[in-house]
Unconditional design. Sequence first.
Length: 439
Amino acid sequence: MSGQRIVVIGAGIAGLVAARRLSRAGHSVRVLEAGDVPGGRVGDRQVRGIRFNAGARLLYDFSRPFNSLLDELGLTAALIPVRHLSAACVGTDGRWTVELMPGVKSLFTPGLSLMERLRFLSFARKQRAARSHTDPDDAASALAEDDITLADYISRELGPRVLERMIEPVFRGTRSWNAEDVSAAFFASVTPHLIGRDTVHVLAGGMGKLPAALASGLTVDCATRVVGVETPATGPCRIHAEHDGKPIQHEADLVVCATEGSRAARLFPQLREEDRGFLSSVRYNALGIVHYQLGRQVAPAMKFFTRDASGPLATWQQVPGNDATGQAPQLYAQLSPEAVREALRRDMTDSLDLFVRPQVLTLYPTLERDCVDMHNQWIAHKLPVFYPGYARAVARFRDRQSEVRRRVYFCGDYLAQSLVTGAAASGERAAADIARHWA
């Protein structure tokens, strides 16, 4: 393959994977990243000693390509297993344990009818069989479930109490998704590969080790915000950017756009209308979290809340301090989807503590005495929302991108699956398209 000059816009996981593959194939690759460090929504942040994640907190082990990538990066040994992950679920009629990994224990969730428990067994068998034709890195591998909402799908397949007491608290608590707003394609493509597993992983040293390893050996210009890209019929693409407030320009034969999908279209005024239409349809949810640093040790705890019992919180977590790592004890208070919308409506995304403090005080009455510091974390674009019909649109867009040679390629979790593994898979796909088209 003849070497091309390639600029990758965005140093999230998708962009870094694409850049790594393209660089190893002999291309001259430069990555432009608006943030101060590579990683996007995967990484570690620290404000006045308060540590938190940029977005993703866990890694699933069901993706063989991603596991191979971790081996390649030398990160497999850094995986720390977290087994039997569960949370206390708080409802208006009591508390129970909700399993984050579906399994036998899920059958014993209080409040389910006998019929729902029997349907659960039948559903588990069907999900196991679905492993052969679904890909956990690709929501478009479950297109048969793309036209129905997750709420309707779970109610139909398992029953309304399963939705209320198991599925909804987990999706609201881990993804800030309401089940009536998302397609069942995400659930139907991932769940077959979760059944029978009891382990997720974190990275020793923090999630930032993943983007750091991917960026090693690459030319990554951070604090460089791309403002527009010209793609003339002849001659190089011209990438207009700003660094430290000063305009700069790069030229490239090809461009890989690995920004968030909802921001991609505005960078390319010469996009074809069908592509612009798709990118304009990409949606993200927002997420708000308040992190409290404490001056005393706490016991580990994690709680989800049903919609009726949530108030402003969907997730509550107590994180013990760790002397070995220097981690101070912290409280994690994640806003519910409804509170997120209210914060946006009232333009209070920088003062989330005002929303959650009354409920936090009921969960941790000595907050005023024990709190050393506090940080409001607002993630304006947390996860791409796979709403009904979206996975079909993704498949059509990807087919167009793979079909013919072009100057601009797109990748990101919004084109695969709203997981770290999905972002990596999308980066691999874009690099493979370029390899095929420009051989």
